[in-house]
Structure formats: C-alpha cells, structure tokens
Ligand binder design. Sequence first.
Ligand code: NAD
Length: 294
Amino acid sequence: MTENTNDPRDAHREEGFPAQEQDQPGHTAETHPDPDHGESSYVGHGRLEGRRALITGGDSGIGRAAAIAFAREGADVAIVHMPEEQADADDTVRLIREAGRQGVSLAGDVRDEGFATSIVSETRRQLGGLDVLVLNAGYQHDIEGFDALETDKMRRVFATNLEGMVYTARAAYPELPEGASIIVTASVQAYNPSPGLVDYAMTKAAQVAFVKALAQEAGSRGIRVNAVAPGPIWTPLIPATGWDEERLASFGQDTPLGRAGQPAELAGAYVYLASEESSYTSGTVLAVTGGKPL
Ligand code: NAD
C-alpha cells in the first residue's frame, strides 16, 4: 500500500498501470500492482455488530474490500465467487476470520438460477440469518465497435449483471427482516457510458432502475435498497477486460482526481449503506468516482 496522505490526488497510486492481460474471471495474484483492499488500513468501529452479510463477487476487488470492512465492523460474511476463483475466496475468508467473524465461501455461477437462489438459503443456514445483501458480481468485456458485439459475450454480461442479481435479490427479499439493507454495485457507466462497454453500461443503468423501483416497494417493510456507483477502480476485472496497453496506462487518469481508485476506497460507502448511519437513505446511488459526475 502506498502511504496515505490527506490529499486525495496522491492517497494511492497516481501513474498508470503496466500492460497485462488475463482471462475472465480475473485473479488477484495476476493483477499488478496488488490492489489495496484495506487489509492493512481498515479499522472497524462495531458499526455492523451481529449483522449477517452475503456479498456476491466477494472474493476479490471491491467485494473483498467490503467483506474485510464488514467483518472488522462486526458482521459475519458469506462470499460468492466462480469456482476457478477459490484461491481468492480462501484469502478473503481468512481475512474475515482473522477479524474474529464467521466467513463462508460459496462457489458457483450466478447466471444459474438454482445456484443464485440457493446462496440465500445457504447463507441463512450457515450464518443463522441474512440482513445485508451486496449484489456485486459483475462481468464486462471490451468491444472494438458496435458491429463487433458478440452475442455470447453480450448474453454473459446481461445474465451476470442482471439475471444473477435479480435471482438472488428475489430469493432473499421475502424473508429479509426489517432493518435489512440491499446494496447493488452499479457503475459510473450507468450515467456516463463508454461505447466500448455498451452492453455493460446498459446493465448498469438497468441496475439503477432496479434499485429505485425496489426501494419504493421495500420501504414499507423497513428494508433499504441503494447502489454504489464506482468509477475506475483497480481490480482483477480491469486486466481481464481486454484493454490495450494505452488504455491501462491511462486508466482512471481522466477523473478530476487524476487517478484510478483502489477497492479500499469503496469500503466506507458499503459500510455506510449497510449500517444504521444511513437509516434515512434508500433508493439512492452513492458515487465513488474520483469526482466524475453521475
Ligand atoms: P472483480 O473481478 O474483483 O469482481 C467481480 C466478481 O464477480 C468476481 O470476483 C467474480 O467472483 C464475480 N463474478 C463474475 N461473474 C460471475 C458469475 N457468473 N457467477 C458468480 N460470480 C461471478 O472486479 P470488481 O471490479 O471488484 O467488480 C465488482 C463490481 O464492481 C462489478 O459489478 C463491476 O461491474 C463493478 N464496477 C467495477 C468497476 C471497476 O473499475 N473495477 C467500476 C464500476 C463498477
């Protein structure tokens, strides 16, 4: 981790990232430099004491940062990941347990309705309940131009980011207790879409619509529903997107703060939306974008 200062422009790496590529889903060990998930910096204050959280895509990146923070705030945490990401999941579970909390990892594909549904009952069985649901699993790929959009890849984006999210939310919703919080990881792409991410940006805009619609229905049951919209964040998803050397070198530098963010810089947003500190906040989108307007 780079030295933390009060100046947000240089609180983390400022220069671009070296050329690299990997297959989807990306792995933390193959992502250089190491993303910062707050392992050595996040300090909990008991804000989620006794809560039980389920985080899809919690093995790496933004989901791992949320998992570490939740555990250090006193929550038990189940994470969901693809089977080929078991090594990342094991590291995250270890970090949850080192915080003195229960950590569970559930391997499978959220595009599979049966699996995306079963992770809810499995979390309730292993953690004794579920109060915080973070719908964070996501997939994106680079498209050279609209006519190069491949049907299979487009379907993977829609199925992962939309169908998987809905299956899990729908399975959890009927028995969520009052005080529960649902948090969706959307993106700045919902508001400021890049042509090379057209299918992905469409799903992120749809996630925002989902959050706003469900928040209206869920409010009468005492359940809050919100989104976090990250800007460019250094996670395994980025080298696995298929971007060239130039795009990686400049990743995040078009933000007002002039750099990409680290997963650790998202943790506070998830803790806030999961905790009672946001008791009057529902149906909103919290931007963590390095200053890029939504
Ligand atoms: P990441 O690769 O670390 O996490 C994505 C996770 O999604 C993976 O760990 C994987 O386990 C999970 N996943 C993907 N497809 C899955 C499937 N079919 N079944 C089960 N799990 C699956 O990358 P990240 O950047 O931390 O991504 C987390 C979320 O943040 C995603 O929704 C992404 O769209 C969003 N986001 C990322 C950025 C960024 O710049 N990194 C910006 C805006 C939004």
